[in-house]
Design a protein around this ligand. Structure first.
Ligand SMILES: Cc1ncc(COP(=O)(O)O)c(C=O)c1O
Length: 405
């Protein structure tokens, strides 16, 4: 904060894969905002849907028996698309509050079944699950966990890529004490780490065997980033819940939520007196839902959804040659339209603010990327072309030569 307070980059407008700052300088948006502008900037279809809804009913709550048509329509549409049995939708405002909803729902589910000892939640090292209470406590990025005083006690971290170590952790804690495991299909903010072959299927099988709920955090992975609606259809896994946000509206308005399987919803819907005392002010916000409906139309049209998969190899191939630079430790990606370029400790320590400084220097090459702890992340809109991917790789190479001078 101290460094940026007098040096902001003020983004003024956007169109497709491009944004402009207030000085009218044009940048390639290689991050799709914050991994969310999946359909690209400036889509009039979403603008029009929002305006029409605003003119009719801008907002109204959905507590108790209250509902509105866009929220009902969106819930039906998402439930039909989700790879979850008898899916139900719980809306919120973004990814972080949906993570907390999932954690509370997992614990409440077991409690309703008379198993209140099942209240530990497992997450993976390097994972990111937002900034709310549970999300902070579940964080696998260590710097995100410290400095906040005591976190929620009943959480446990396991290695990000080992089914065996996860099984051992569940057995050590006792399966009768574990409520759920949270898994990003591709770890995002923790460094863009795709799952190794068999990992997700192995975790799904383990969760089934030990009667632990499987919560897929697809806040980044859904709505085309991995080439499918919820990012998990590429693997043979049946999650109990899926967390979504970001790409559901392509970020045009804030919206997040949960897909919940009928089995998990049953104790709340099916038994009178079983209340889930939890809900956010803007849950089912009609204007946000109208934006989402228009966004889903755009993802459906012209095969845009599948671009996340079609472009995964071209993105990795464009970036792979960067690994030859001495200051690049690794290029990761290949599963969906997202990748990371890991910077060497030498380079990171030579820059005043590590990866952030590298990303800032890349602006001189007219490309915006996202700094992570020790890498830069690339996750452009699904509307990018292979030519854009080449420009991103060139900008990184140019910046590497610049910082080496
Ligand atoms: C996997 C994952 N979960 C949760 C979140 C939190 O979402 P939000 O920032 O909308 O609260 C994020 C945000 O980047 C995320 O990447």
């Amino acid at each position: 904060m101290a460094v940026t307070k007098s040096a902001e980059l003020v983004i003024d407008r956007g169109e497709d894969v491009w944004v402009w700052d207030e000085e009218d300088r044009k940048y390639l948006d290689a991050t799709a905002g914050l991994w969310y502008t999946n359909v690209g900037h400036g889509r009039t279809e979403i603008q029009d849907a929002v305006k029409t809804q605003m003119e009719k009913l801008e907002a109204y709550p959905t507590f108790n028996d209250l509902a509105n048509r866009p929220a009902l329509e969106l819930a039906d549409r998402l439930a039909a698309l989700a790879p979850v049995d008898d899916a139900r939708i719980f809306f919120g405002s973004g990814g972080g509050d949906a993570v907390d909803t999932a954690a509370k729902l997992a614990i409440a589910y077991w409690e309703k079944l008379g198993q209140s000892s099942k209240n530990v939640i497992i997450s993976r090292q390097n994972s990111y699950h937002g900034t709310h209470g549970f999300g902070t406590s579940l964080a696998g990025i260590e710097p995100n966990r410290v400095g906040w005083g005591p976190l929620i006690e009943h959480t446990e971290r396991v290695p990000h890529d080992s089914v065996e170590a996860t099984a051992a952790a569940i057995d050590r804690i006792g399966a009768d004490s574990v409520a759920a495991i949270f898994v990003e299909p591709v770890i995002g903010a923790g460094g863009v780490i795709p799952p190794r072959p068999g990992y997700l299927e192995g975790i799904a099988q383990l969760a089934r065997d030990r009667e632990v709920l499987l919560v897929l955090d697809s806040v980044i992975g859904a709505f085309g980033r991995l080439g499918t609606w919820f990012g998990v259809e590429r693997w043979d896994v049946q999650p109990d819940m899926i967390v979504f946000a970001k790409g559901v509206t392509s970020g045009y308005l804030p919206l997040g939520g949960l897909v919940v399987s009928g089995r998990i919803a049953e104790p709340f819907w099916g038994v009178e007196g079983n209340v889930f005392r939890h809900g956010a002010t803007y849950a089912g916000h009609p204007t946000c839902c109208a934006a989402a409906l228009a966004n889903l139309d755009l993802l459906e049209a012209g095969g845009l959804l599948a671009r996340g998969r079609e472009l995964e190899v071209p993105l990795l191939e464009a970036l792979a040659p960067l690994a030859e630079y001495e200051d690049i430790v690794e290029v990761r990606g290949g599963t969906g339209l997202l990748a990371a370029v890991e910077l060497s400790p030498r380079l990171l320590s030579s820059l005043p603010q590590g990866a952030l400084s590298f990303a800032q220097r890349m602006r001189s090459a007219d490309v915006l990327v996202r700094p992570l702890v020790s890498a830069i992340a690339i996750s452009p809109p699904l509307t990018v072309t292979e030519e854009h991917l080449r420009l991103i790789a060139e900008a990184i190479a140019w910046t590497l030569r610049e910082v080496d001078r």
